[in-house]
Write a protein that binds this ligand. Structure first.
Ligand SMILES: Cc1cc2nc3c(=O)[nH]c(=O)nc-3n(C[C@H](O)[C@H](O)[C@H](O)COP(=O)(O)O)c2cc1C
Length: 364
């Protein structure tokens, strides 16, 4: 049963992954109120170290990017120290771990941000149909962000670079830039959220400039083999929608990222969660334009993962929700054991319930 491409080793640049099953990045809101990782996070990730590669939950590279309550950050030394037990725990179990750098941009609320931080975006356009949860006042509509000046853009790029350096100091094997799901990088890419008239807006090159500068400078700081990026072409989330010219935009970006020798592009397809189907042809265009490692994700199980790996759509497959409720997902898939369903009510609640208390086959 276990003789399968999914369980083969894979060489991701200089790092050998023990299999091709990636744990998808998932916000679990178990950091503290100051966006500092907590000890239960180390336990959670260590339990899941059987993945070929873990990609952490979205982590703010800047106080301005910490738009959700209790998401972790990696913008100060206290956070770096608090991440170290996470990377040590995963490495001790033979796993590899990248940290996802997620600047929330306009998908945010001032109540969730640290003192002195601000809701910033390429243009002063609120994500009008998205609400944001706050611990203090529950769900709130989102106020319009402040339009970033050129100085803000330069500063934000520097924050990504610093966060990537901190990530290496904390022991991560690399970073994944969150360019998907309507957060800051995608707010620049999408013409609905980016109405700028300077060189960071307008045509394809302008709207791609922020993403490519973040990628180039981060790669320059820690090595391109340690930098991946997540993209959601054709996605609809956080008031971002498919747009005319998206194929050309994402092909352009993928070509340029290939020239930078980034470790991988991680493609999101959330159609299993009710968003529009992402045309397979678009995924193939991006794969071919990039010419390097592709992670595919969204709604996969063992059978569909093997099929798409064998068909060459991607090289690695990320699993999200199955990893929440099956810490030993890879063992279960190998043995063909039935998977447990996750409890949605505890996705973002503080504490161990629904987080570190899912059983493994050994202690069921
Ligand atoms: C609780 C939860 C939190 C998530 N948080 C993130 C996140 O921080 N960053 C991200 O890129 N995707 C996030 N996602 C999307 C997942 O990475 C993944 O793409 C999605 O769950 C679809 O894959 P699946 O069908 O295997 O679950 C999240 C999904 C869930 C269920």
């Amino acid at each position: 049963m276990s003789n399968s491409i999914l369980f083969e080793h894979f060489k991701l640049e200089n790092t050998t992954l023990q299999n091709r099953a990636v744990m998808a990045p998932m916000t679990r809101s178990r950091a503290d109120q100051n966006h500092v990782p907590t000890p239960i996070m180390a336990e959670y990730y260590e339990q899941r170290a059987g993945a070929g590669l873990i990609i952490t939950e979205g982590t703010a590279p800047s106080p301005n990017g910490a738009g959700y309550p209790r998401i972790p950050g990696i913008y100060n030394q206290e956070q770096v120290e608090a991440w170290k037990p996470v990377t040590q725990g995963v490495h001790a179990k033979g796993g590899k771990i990248f940290i996802q750098l997620m600047h929330t941009g306009r998908v945010s609320h001032p109540l969730n941000l640290p003192n002195g931080a601000e809701v910033l975006a390429p243009s002063a356009i609120a994500p009008a149909s998205t609400e944001m949860y706050t611990d203090q006042e529950g769900s709130k509509s989102i106020p319009a962000p402040r339009e970033m000046t050129k100085g803000d853009i330069t500063h934000a790029i520097e924050e990504y670079v610093q966060a990537a350096k901190y990530a290496i100091e904390a022991g991560f094997d690399g970073v994944e830039l969150h360019g998907a799901n309507g957060y800051l990088i995608e707010q620049f890419i999408n013409p609905e959220s980016n109405r700028r008239t300077d060189e960071y807006g307008g045509a394809i090159e302008g709207r791609s400039k922020f993403a490519l500068e973040v990628a180039a400078k981060t790669a320059n700081a820690i090595g391109p083999e340690k930098v991946g990026i997540r993209l959601s072409p054709g996605g609809a989330f956080n008031d971002i929608n498919p747009f005319d010219g998206q194929d050309e935009t994402f092909e352009f970006i993928a070509t340029k990222l290939g020239e930078l020798n980034l470790a991988y592009i991680h493609l999101v397809d959330h159609s299993a969660m009710g968003t529009p189907e992402v045309p397979r042809e678009l995924k193939e265009k991006i794969r071919d334009a990039f010419g390097r490692t592709i992670i595919i994700s969204g709604g996969y199980n063992r059978d569909t993962a093997e099929k798409d790996l064998n068909d060459g759509l991607g090289h690695l497959v990320a699993f999200g929700r199955p990893f929440i409720s099956n810490p030993d997902l890879v063992d279960r898939m190998k043995k063909g054991t039935e998977l447990k369903d996750p409890d949605f009510d505890t996705f973002y609640t503080p504490g161990e319930k629904g987080y570190t208390d899912y059983p493994t086959l050994d202690n069921e």
